[in-house]
Design a protein around this ligand. Structure first.
Ligand SMILES: *Cc1c(COP(=O)(O)O)cnc(C)c1O
Length: 434
């Protein structure tokens, strides 16, 4: 029997991030200035991001070196294992082999620490003392709070109101790392006050919280802004996931037919899929399918138009060409808070338009059924976000049963769900909406 847990030594932590930009079939449409609608240069982002990250954002270099200090901290949890989901395969009675990359093993329980550490490091190099950010479900906030602490920076988190109220443990986690947290919309920024004037009971949204964090960063010399998804450099940092997974699949003697990630802004999907997609774009693996699984209640990829839109609600970010539901779209408060974003990463949107990847959308209740099935087979309780990838993997494994094909399926377990017990309780008690 081959191994159930496929591990790599620390020496196999990637030395470089993989930048997909030079391998794209067609060039990306440039970001535009929010006022003039003209293409912007890197300098336009300088008030809120450090130059090192801006250069990564626009880089055309295929391989970008990971600093030693960041690689050394990655040793705390990387390389993360790939598991063969044998019990799940048996439960589904499928000839498919199901593998999952386990990003839930990071200290904060998700893939987001991968980019948080790199972003905090880059800011520190450029003398920044404090980072401001938004968080939805709290995963990005806790990742940045942890990374700032490990790198010696201060951290300010604008947390979407619904999650602030319903997820006290994520909030306490951020406080444990020493971060400052405020519910968004807040009265401390102009963006927050504008929303509250219109709707004092506003549940908040990621788009609103982003506007607040950007305003905070733009208004202080010692502070920059950090984003946990969507941007090219964030997706870039996550490619260590797929690079490790490729080595691990090689050790297992399999190459995936299908790679799957859940999709909020696109970073964990891209992180797993892009290193495999490189093989497809080079023509070596033309049949590889890469699938982004999103919630039906926030279907930016499957229902959104691909057009220029703002990244935030107030309309302060550059215009990016992406699949979007509109920057003023406020998604219903689904339990997978990390997937409540109106848009999709420009890189992921571009690859979808090029036909290189696919997207699927699933309802909350069917996703939780798959989450519970997975937990009962494999032991790990998945984050509600990750459960969208699990649900997709299960559907493809069942399709393989129907067709009798021995498909190889690899999905990203982007995080664990130990802080999401309220959502599991709602599902188990039959009180969850569709
Ligand atoms: C934030 C988050 C997501 C969604 O963000 P992406 O950028 O699409 O990866 C998915 N899973 C988990 C566990 C998260 O914390």
């Amino acid at each position: 029997m081959t191994d159930t847990k496929i591990t790599l030594p620390e020496s196999d932590i990637p030395t470089h991030f993989y930048n997909i930009a030079p391998d794209l079939p067609t060039p990306m449409p440039p970001p535009l200035h929010p006022g003039t609608k003209e293409p912007i240069g890197p300098e336009a982002l300088a008030p809120i991001f450090p130059m090192g990250l801006i250069l990564q954002e626009v880089s055309q270099e295929r391989w970008i070196e990971i600093p030693d200090e960041v690689r050394n901290i990655y040793r705390l949890y990387r390389p993360s294992p790939v598991f063969r989901a044998r019990a799940l395969e048996e439960f589904l009675d499928t000839p498919a082999k199901i593998y999952y990359k386990s990003e839930h093993v990071s200290p904060v329980g998700s893939h987001k620490l991968n980019t948080a550490l790199m972003q905090a490091w880059m800011n520190k190099q450029e003398g920044v003392k404090r980072l401001a950010t938004e968080t939805g479900a709290g995963q990005w906030g806790s990742a940045l709070a942890c990374a700032c602490r490990l790198m010696g920076l201060e951290c300010m988190v604008y947390m979407v109101r619904v999650s602030y109220d319903s997820k006290p443990y994520r909030r306490i986690m951020m406080k444990t790392y020493g971060a400052e947290i405020i519910a968004s919309p807040s009265t401390t920024t102009r963006a927050g006050r504008t929303i509250l004037a219109k709707d004092p009971q506003s549940p908040g949204s990621l788009g609103i919280a982003i506007s607040e964090a950007i305003e905070d960063a733009a208004g202080r010399d010692d502070t920059k802004y950090a984003l946990g998804s969507v941007l090219n450099h964030v997706l870039l940092h996550q490619t260590i996931i797929g690079q490790e997974a490729k080595k691990q699949m090689e050790l297992a003697g399999d190459y995936p037919d299908i790679v799957i990630g859940c999709h909020g802004g696109g970073s964990n999907f891209a992180g797993l899929a892009f290193p495999f997609l490189r093989d497809k774009l080079k023509g070596e693996r033309p049949a590889l399918r890469a699938i982004a699984a999103e919630p039906a209640s926030c279907p930016s990829l499957t229902k959104g138009a691909r057009e220029y839109d703002f990244g935030d609600t107030a309309g302060t970010t550059p215009l990016m060409m992406m699949h979007t539901l509109g920057h003023d779209f406020i998604p219903p408060p689904v339990h997978a808070g990390g997937l409540r974003y109106h848009g999709s990463a420009p890189l992921v949107s571009h690859l979808l338009a090029a036909g290189a990847i696919e997207a699927e959308a699933y309802q909350q209740r069917e996703v939780f059924k798959s989450a519970v099935d997975f937990a009962r087979c494999e032991g790990t309780i998945p984050a509600p976000e990750s459960a969208h990838a699990i649900h997709s993997a299960i559907r493809h494994a069942l399709a393989a049963r129907a067709s009798g094909e021995k498909k190889i399926i690899l999905f990203n377990l982007s995080g664990h769900g130990i802080f999401d017990m309220a959502a599991y309780e709602a599902y188990l008690d039959g009180k969850m909406g569709a």
